[in-house]
Design a protein around this ligand. Structure first.
Ligand code: ATP
Ligand code: MG
Length: 251
């Protein structure tokens, strides 16, 4: 099972949108996919229907050591989620897990490792214990970078944290950068894309995800982009991005 954290401490860059639509693209291509909503905002769950924004989920697993298998919800063919749960924000302020606090998600995933081909973890826009759990549990990170002003701010700090964890654990986390919310006609967006490609050469998925209204609208209808507007450019971009990812194409 591939374990992939979708992470960027900056808010609103397209982490949740990328998790949902990449996950659905992968599931439609035949992979068995699990998404974990590790953000107390519960946007990933809600995007599959409002009821999933209120259900208990990974909060019970991290705080009370519950079995993750009891909180898995099937949302599409070959695509399951574990909702965030209403108590997830508490996790940052409690001492659940003691010294093993950073390893709780890694531990929790063990019983499902044969059930899925990949797990995608949608992270919150912060650098707390939830993010640490995602990094300890995962061996790959997808970093969405929005093509706007300040997009690169904070990115090097996050990469430093990943490097430090890798060094301590004697491993190398695979990194995939994705340019999101891309305005192809804006000079600034193109500059941001070029800067990302220069700084993270060989780690950038070549397909940028363009800004599209349908991508912003689809979660409100409980639909992924493939269900909401399967022939639009949002679907086209996420389908191409999934192909990049499956083939390991980078630039
Ligand atoms: N390519 C896109 N085109 C248009 N709107 C987009 C696109 N990607 C994301 N959005 C919209 O931008 C907003 C932020 O996206 P999203 O929730 O995926 O970001 P996020 O990084 O998960 O945010 P947070 O840090 O709050 O978790 C949402 O309203 C979403 O619908
Ligand atoms: Mg999000």
């Amino acid at each position: 099972m591939r374990k992939i954290a979708v992470m960027n401490q900056k808010g609103g860059v397209g982490k949740t949108t990328t998790t949902i639509n990449l996950a659905h693209a992968m599931a439609m291509a035949g992979s068995r996919v699990l998404c974990i909503d590790l953000d107390p905002q519960a946007h990933l769950g809600m995007s599959f229907g409002p009821q999933h924004g209120r259900m208990p989920g990974i909060d019970e697993v991290l705080i009370d050591d519950a079995d993750i298998r009891d909180y898995i919800v099937e949302v599409r063919e070959r695509l399951d989620i574990v909702p965030a749960g209403p108590r997830l924000a508490e996790f940052e302020t409690t001492n659940a897990g003691g010294a093993r606090r950073g390893w709780l998600l890694a531990q929790a995933l063990k019983p499902v490792r044969r059930r899925y081909d990949m797990v995608l973890v949608d992270c919150p826009p912060s650098a707390g214990m939830l993010g640490m759990n995602a990094l300890f549990a995962c061996t790959e990170v997808i970093v969405p970078v929005s093509g706007d002003f300040l997009a690169l701010q904070g990115l090097s700090r996050m990469v430093d944290i990943i490097d430090a964890i890798d060094e301590a654990l004697k491993r190398r986390t695979k990194r995939w950068f994705v340019v999101t919310r891309f305005h192809e006609r804006r000079r600034l967006a193109n500059e941001v894309r070029e800067t990302v490609m220069k700084h993270f050469s060989g780690q950038v998925l070549p397909t940028p995800v363009r800004e599209s209204v349908a991508l912003a609208e689809s979660p409100g209808f409980g639909k992924t982009i493939f269900e909401y507007q399967g022939k639009g450019r949002g679907a086209e971009d996420y389908r191409a991005l999934a192909q990049d990812f499956i083939c390991g194409r980078t630039c």
